[in-house]
Ligand binder design. Structure first.
Ligand SMILES: [Zn+2]
Length: 423
């Protein structure tokens, strides 16, 4: 591969990604607009027309913001690569009176900080303009800022040691550094899984035990029926930030917890909650969680092997805008390869999105079937209809957009399958 052919390959991949994302956004907006006037037959009488209008407008508002973000992200990527942005940062950090390892840490820190600073206005707009306009936002600016500071602190406490270790391995561990880095990454993921429910999540939310009552009894009996060990049922104050509702499992082994958002608890009846929990339980029982962890472990190994190969090829740097004079320096500074890789990697893996989405939708269908067997399919349908309505999720997504991105099947198909199984 020559530098020029790699430049062409990258430019074509980037143009394809940007073009596809904008095309899909346009399709989604057009499809939702074309079906805005009428609640689809499957939901007639269950979802009111004003709620259907709200879902259409909410979907459109999010897609409009996404279109701007797609274009800005592509421009930032071009500025980093062919615009010489990364090369300037490499030269700047190379002149800092620090050891090579800390020069690399500063380089990667700068790339991440610039990316985060650019995405910040989008996150602010999504929360304080879009979510606010549709009545979902419960955040204050001070809560938003304190979340930001906590996130930054966590990134430094957990991310910095990992980054130091990986950069050190890249420099010192020889040709097989990527296998050791993979081991470190897996250990880090495992640690995150343990620390998330007990240490990290409580920094952001309050967790109270689920109060005694009908809901608790039904849920405990469901867990017992499925032979599910759990160390607790909790209610989280999700309403502190947003009106959207959810339920999830966290942790693993006997330390598993079941967490309900207070917003969900307030909205669903006992049998609906039971059905939603049965769906989540299905993901565990059918080993979806394990399969995902195994798949992501395998993919991380492949990606690290790709990085180990690319970092030794001069065309990888020169093809992405690092000038020839800096390429030799870059061989002694693994941080350059790592930052380039982190920047351009999503462009090349974008083509995998539909595969990942379809894999996830298959699991959703299986978890729905599990819920229908162990709890009630019709209660799950009722709960889903309430959740679609409350969250202003569109009932009429564009099929191509949905096939490409959606981790969950379109509402109409999902409900139709559950109803077919129930009858
Ligand atoms: Zn699910």
């Amino acid at each position: 591969m020559t530098a020029t052919s790699f430049t062409v390959l990258f430019a074509v991949a980037l143009a394809t990604m940007v073009g596809t994302r904008l095309w899909l956004a346009r399709r989604q907006i057009a499809h939702v607009a074309a079906h805005r006037d009428r609640v689809p037959d499957a939901f007639a009488g269950r979802v009111a027309l004003p709620a259907h209008h709200k879902a259409a407008d909410y979907t459109t508002a999010k897609q409009m913001l996404l279109r701007v973000e797609v274009v800005v992200d592509a421009l930032v990527l071009l500025a980093f690569t062919f615009g010489g942005g990364l090369a300037a940062l490499v030269a700047w950090t190379g002149g800092l009176p620090l050891g090579a390892l800390w020069q690399d840490v500063t380089l990667i820190g700068a790339v991440i900080a610039i990316g985060a600073a650019i995405s910040l206005p989008f996150s602010w707009y999504a929360t304080f303009v879009i979510e606010e306009r549709f009545g979902f936002n419960r955040m204050t600016l001070s809560l938003w800022l304190s979340d930001l500071v906590k996130g930054l602190a966590l990134g430094i406490v957990f991310g910095l040691p990992l980054l130091l270790l990986v950069l050190w391995l890249m420099r010192e561990a020889g040709d097989r550094w990527w296998i050791m880095a993979w081991g470190a990454w897996m250990a880090f993921q495992l640690l995150a899984l343990v620390l998330y429910p007990t240490v990290i999540a409580p920094l952001f939310n309050r967790f109270d035990p689920l109060p005694a009552g009908e809901a608790r009894e039904r849920i405990e009996s469901l867990l017992a029926r499925c032979g599910f060990q759990s160390s607790g049922l909790y209610v989280m104050d999700g309403s502190k930030r947003s009106g959207h509702g959810n339920a999830y499992f966290t942790g693993f082994g006997r330390a598993k917890r079941v967490v309900f958002f207070d917003t969900l608890l307030a909205r669903l009846s006992g049998d609906e909650l039971e059905a939603v929990l049965a769906h989540e339980l299905g993901h565990f029982k059918l080993r979806h969680v394990l399969k995902r962890i195994a798949l992501s472990a395998a993919l991380s190994l492949v990606f690290l092997a790709a990085l180990a190969w690319l970092m030794r090829e001069p065309w990888f740097y020169a093809g992405l805008g690092v000038p020839a004079a800096l390429v030799n320096d870059a061989f002694g500074r693994p941080g350059v390869a790592l930052s380039l890789f982190l920047l351009v990697f999503p462009v090349f893996t974008f083509a995998l999105s539909p595969l990942a989405a379809s894999y996830s939708r298959r699991h959703e269908f299986e978890a729905d079937a599990f819920a229908a067997r162990t709890a009630s399919g019709s209660a799950l349908v009722q709960a889903l209809v309430k959740l679609y309505e409350d969250n202003a999720s569109t009932l009429t997504p564009d099929p191509v957009h949905s096939a490409f991105y959606d981790s969950h099947p379109p509402a109409a198909i999902r409900v139709a399958r559950l109803q077919a199984a129930a009858s």
